[in-house]
Unconditional design. Structure first.
Length: 539
C-alpha cells in the first residue's frame, strides 16, 4: 500500500503587483504495506491557471524544475506544461515495506488567488495544497559601500516580497519608498537605516548601518617651527571626516577639511592645538610647537681694526635669531634692523664698540678700532736644524715700524716693513726683541732659551687685531713646546691675570684698561730643573 504526501501543504499566495512567492514542493511516496511494491513509472501534475484551485499560472509553470531527491534512484523530468514523470534506474525496481522515494519541484511561483490547489498523481490521488495569505518579507536590504567618509555616498538597495507598502527611516525622517529600489545616501555621521515592509500579517523590518569613518587629522604643521621673537608663523592642516575644527590658543574656527592660518607674530614658545569635532564622536586632537630661539651672536670684528683718524672701518657680525641690534660707543649709539650684518664707522680716536643683539636671551659683544700705529701680531718659531736661531714674524698697521734685537732692552733699531719675517741669533743668557710702531712698542725677552737642553719652543704667537696696546682690545696667545716636563703661561687678562698649564694651548684675553699688556711662558726642564722663559710687555 502506497501513501502519498506533499510538503509543505500550505503555501503563501502572491500579492498582486509584487514579486511572486516562489516555493519548493517535496512529494514523498511511502510503502506502508507488508509487501514490496513494483514500480516502473510515476506521473504527477499541477494544472496551471489563475484561479483559487490552481497553484501556478500558465506563464510560470514552465519554470518548475523536477528532480529526484536524496538517494532516490529515479530520473525525473518536466514537460513544461505542468506534468512531471519519473522512471527508476532499474526496470525491476521494487519499493520495499517502509521504504520511500521523494521528488522535488523547485521554482513553483504561486499565483495571486487564495484557495486550495492539488498535486494530481497518475492513480487518481489528489494532494491538497492550501494557498494562504503570506506576511511580507524583506529579501535584501544592503548598502554599497558600507563605510564612507564625510561627503561621500553609499547606495542603499532593497528587495521585498508579499509587501503592500514600504517605508524607510533616514536622518531626515520616515518616508514611503518602492517595494524594491535603490537610494543614494550621504549621512553626516554613522547612521542605521530602517526598512519596514507592510502587508498581511506582521510587518517585516530590516536595518542597515552606513558607517562614517572616524575623524582623522592627517596633517598639522607650523612653518617655520623655530623663529626669532615676534616672527610670523603659518599653520597648515588636513582633516578627514570632521564637521568643525578650531585652533588654540584662541579657539579660532577654521575649515574642517584643510587650510592655512597666518599667526602674525609669536613672542614666546607656543604649542598650537588643532581640535576636530563631529557630532557625539570623541574629538581628534593634534598639536605642533613653535620655539622662539635664543639669540646667537657668533662673531663681531672690525675690518680693518687699525685705521688712521677719520679713515673708514667696517664692523661686521654674524648672528642668528636676533630681532634687531643696538650698536653703542662712547658718545653715540644707533639702532639697526634684524637684517643688518655690518656698519661703517670713521673714528677720530681709538674707540670701543658694543653690539647688542636683541631678542630672546639677548647677547652682547664688543670690538675695538684703534686709531694710529699698532702692532697686531708677533710670532716666534724655532729652526729645528739650528737650535741657536729663532724665527720672528711681525705685523703692524698705520705707521713706520722699527725692529731691534740684542742682549739689552735698548737694542739698535732699524726701519722695517709693516709685516715681515727674520731670523734672530740668540744671545748668551738673554735675548731682547723690540718692535716699535709709532709711539707703541712691544719688548720680548728670551731667558736661557739658547741653552735648549731638550726644550724646543715650537711656537709662541701673540695676536690682537686692534693692537697690543689698545685698552680693552681682544688678544690671543697660542703656544707649543716639546720635550719639556712642565709648561706654564701667565698672561694679563683685563685687570687680572690668567694662568694656563700645558705643552700646547691657546687662550683668549683682553688687554687691560691700563697698559702695558704682559705675559710669560715658563718651561721647567727635568731632570736638571733648568728654567727657560719668554716674557713680553706692550705699551
Amino acid at each position: 500500500m502506497l501513501r502519498y504526501t506533499v510538503e509543505p501543504d500550505e503555501v503563501p499566495y502572491s500579492r498582486p503587483g509584487t514579486n511572486p512567492t516562489v516555493v519548493a514542493l517535496r512529494l514523498r511516496i511511502t510503502n506502508t504495506g507488508a509487501d514490496a511494491v513494483a514500480l516502473d513509472h510515476l506521473e504527477f501534475a499541477l494544472d496551471p491557471g489563475d484561479g483559487g484551485d490552481r497553484l501556478t499560472s500558465e506563464q510560470e509553470v514552465g519554470g518548475i524544475v523536477a528532480a529526484a531527491a536524496g538517494t532516490t534512484q529515479w530520473y525525473a523530468r518536466a514537460d513544461g506544461a505542468g506534468t512531471f514523470s519519473a522512471v527508476p534506474w532499474r526496470r525491476d525496481f521494487r519499493l520495499e515495506p517502509g521504504g520511500s522515494i521523494t521528488f522535488d519541484l523547485a521554482g513553483v511561483a504561486v499565483n495571486t488567488e487564495p484557495g486550495t490547489a492539488h498535486l494530481n498523481l497518475g492513480d487518481g490521488t489528489a494532494l491538497a495544497i492550501r494557498k494562504v495569505a503570506a506576511p511580507p518579507r524583506i529579501v535584501e536590504f544592503t548598502g554599497v559601500p558600507a563605510e564612507i567618509e564625510v561627503g561621500q555616498e553609499s547606495v542603499l538597495e532593497w528587495e521585498t516580497v508579499n509587501a503592500g507598502a514600504c517605508t524607510l527611516t533616514t536622518p531626515d525622517g520616515t518616508e514611503r519608498v518602492g517595494l524594491d529600489g535603490t537610494l543614494p545616501v550621504s549621512p553626516a555621521d554613522t547612521y542605521t537605516y530602517t526598512l519596514v515592509a507592510e502587508g498581511d500579517g506582521r510587518p517585516a523590518t530590516r536595518q542597515f548601518t552606513v558607517t562614517v569613518a572616524d575623524i582623522a587629522i592627517a596633517e598639522f604643521t607650523a612653518t617655520p617651527r623655530r623663529v626669532a621673537g615676534g616672527d610670523p608663523v603659518t599653520l597648515s592642516w588636513r582633516i578627514h571626516n570632521a564637521a568643525s575644527a578650531t585652533i588654540d590658543p584662541g579657539r579660532i574656527p577654521v575649515d574642517e577639511k584643510s587650510g592655512t592660518l597666518l599667526v602674525p607674530r609669536v613672542d614666546a614658545d607656543t604649542t598650537f592645538q588643532l581640535t576636530a569635532r563631529r557630532g557625539r564622536h570623541a574629538p581628534a586632537v593634534a598639536s605642533t610647537s613653535v620655539t622662539v630661539m635664543p639669540v646667537e651672536l657668533r662673531r663681531l670684528a672690525a675690518e680693518p681694526a687699525v685705521v688712521r683718524a677719520g679713515e673708514e672701518s667696517t664692523l661686521r657680525w654674524d648672528a642668528a635669531w636676533a630681532t634687531g641690534y643696538r650698536l653703542a660707543w662712547l658718545g653715540g649709539a644707533v639702532d639697526l634692523p634684524r637684517g643688518a650684518t655690518e656698519y661703517p664707522v670713521r673714528p677720530a680716536a681709538t674707540t670701543a664698540y658694543t653690539l647688542t643683539a636683541r631678542g630672546r636671551d639677548e647677547r652682547t659683544d664688543d670690538t675695538m678700532v684703534t686709531v694710529g700705529p699698532a702692532i697686531t701680531r708677533l710670532t716666534l718659531t724655532t729652526d729645528p736644524a739650528r737650535p741657536g736661531r729663532l724665527g720672528l714674524h711681525w705685523q703692524a698697521r698705520v705707521g713706520p715700524v722699527r725692529l731691534g734685537t740684542g742682549p739689552t732692552d735698548q737694542p739698535r733699531m732699524v726701519d722695517v716693513a709693516d709685516g715681515g719675517d727674520t731670523w734672530i741669533t740668540l744671545e748668551p743668557k738673554s735675548t731682547f726683541i723690540r718692535v716699535e710702531s709709532g709711539a707703541r712698542s712691544t719688548i720680548m725677552r728670551l731667558v736661557d732659551v739658547e741653552q735648549n737642553n731638550g726644550w724646543r719652543l715650537g711656537l709662541l704667537d701673540l695676536a690682537a687685531a686692534a693692537g697690543f696696546a689698545g685698552p680693552g682690545s681682544k688678544a690671543r696667545v697660542d703656544w707649543a713646546t716639546h720635550g719639556t716636563a712642565t709648561t706654564q703661561l701667565r698672561v694679563s687678562d683685563g685687570p687680572g691675570e690668567k694662568v694656563v698649564k700645558g705643552y700646547t694651548g691657546g687662550v683668549d684675553v683682553r688687554v687691560g684698561p691700563h697698559p702695558p699688556w704682559s705675559g710669560q711662558l715658563v718651561v721647567e726642564h727635568r731632570p736638571d730643573g733648568a728654567t727657560y722663559a719668554v716674557t713680553w710687555q706692550s705699551a
